[in-house]
Design a protein around this ligand. Sequence first.
Ligand code: NOJ
Length: 519
Amino acid sequence: MSAKWLENAVFYEIYPQSFYDSNGDGIGDIPGIIQKLDYVKSLGCNAIWLNPCFDSPFKDAGYDVRDYQKVAPRYGTNKDLKELFRKAHEKGIRVLLDLVPGHTSEEHPWFRESGKDEVNEYSDRYVWTDNPFARGDDMPFVGGEMPRPATYIVNFFKCQPALNYGYGQLRQSWQQPIDAPGPMGTREAMKDVMRYWLNKGCDGFRVDMAASLVKNDEGNRKTMEVWKDLAGMVHEEYPEAVLVSEWDNPERALSCGFDMDFYLDWDQKGYNLLMRKYKTAPHTMEISENLSYFAADSGVDITDFLADYLPKYEATKDKGLFCFITGNHDLLRAEYGLTERERRLAFAFVMTMPGAPFLYYGDEIGLRYQVLPSKEGGYHRTGSRTPMQWDVSKNLGFSGADHDKLYLPIDHAEDAPTVAEQEEDPDSMLHFTRSLIYLRQNHPELGNYSPFRVYYAEKGSRMFAYQRGGLIVCVNPGREETQLKVAGSYRRIYTIGHAEGVGDTLYMGPQSFTVIQPV
Ligand code: NOJ
């Protein structure tokens, strides 16, 4: 059983570098986030996922952790983070930190020790081969960097050596089973990292690359064993804490202790069919044909998406939450491929589906994707990580620093979106997003665990209708009017565009959305 607060949790993802700079050094910080908590609350969000804020050389924007127990000085201090938990809790907001259990930075002291020639406590904390010219047995490896006469496995970039949780299938003499002393030591160390922050008041973790722990692991079986142990500790010692995995496999994630799993999609076969079904040209990032369901002219129906989503949802609906996101720091912003109207429909969908929804900072104002040179290992992701835009003052209210000192540039367009301007405009994306979150919060049928059932989905039809509890949600992302048979009387409780019931037919105008409640 997950913590009760998860039932109506709506998350806001904050990229700390880019949210609000309170001390004028050009980069966002934790006191800045504290100052903006009322804004987060005003959106209707009651939980935050904070991207990594720990000490790091920032070769992967902080996913290369150098010290798990120290806030990166550029963001503030441990005391500031504790204060963030306290202030957030006062306002009824939970805070998840980002746990990176699969790898550290190559500058982590564990790794510096592990790479020494003489055997020590950390020798087996990482995955090392047994000679300086050995290859990685299908895993990327690095040699020639450390005194230890061996190569080591990396988990992501070159700067991120893989922590040793052992191997599922042992194929090489240097591979260890998951219960060998080295892997067991890694587990205990990671439990201590989690305890450290949970004791300071955090409410759980978003877990980076959760499936990556055990190598050569057919069906993630051994990785799941490890998670049962790690998550088991969290749930036993901190029953109010929750864990969300970056796994995109809810059958696996939710059966080994995660409360939630993200619906991501590295193959464009599921989640990405909704808002990001297109290719981009290298460098220019120009979009080729947009075949996203929510693109008005794509002509695409919802059936391919459902073929991916439904089996996952059905298999896990009683086990935890499979979560939709508006975007995240790794994806192109929804804004890049969709017009505002298209996004409104897409976000209305996200906010009326099961699972805890995650709103990526800035999506609520239509913060734009910018084509930018790579920063801190961001590559094409960099353009989705630019500063939040608060008002029309210097640097659009993000920072008092000179503009060339900013972590990333703000949007220099004349019509660059800002919170302040959109607060003044009742028709803005900001007010719209808020209204959706309020809709969800005010109708338990739209809650995270409330049942979902397809009401109408046909090959060749742009219409999609689904039931949440007693409510029926209908969306027509196309440019033609569509019709749906709905028997009985009902009232519309939320509508975008034109929707009208005549007799037993619901007419849905072009690019429309409605939620109806039988009366
Ligand atoms: C997934 C994170 O979301 C991404 O930003 C990071 O680069 C990789 N994991 C490696 O930690």
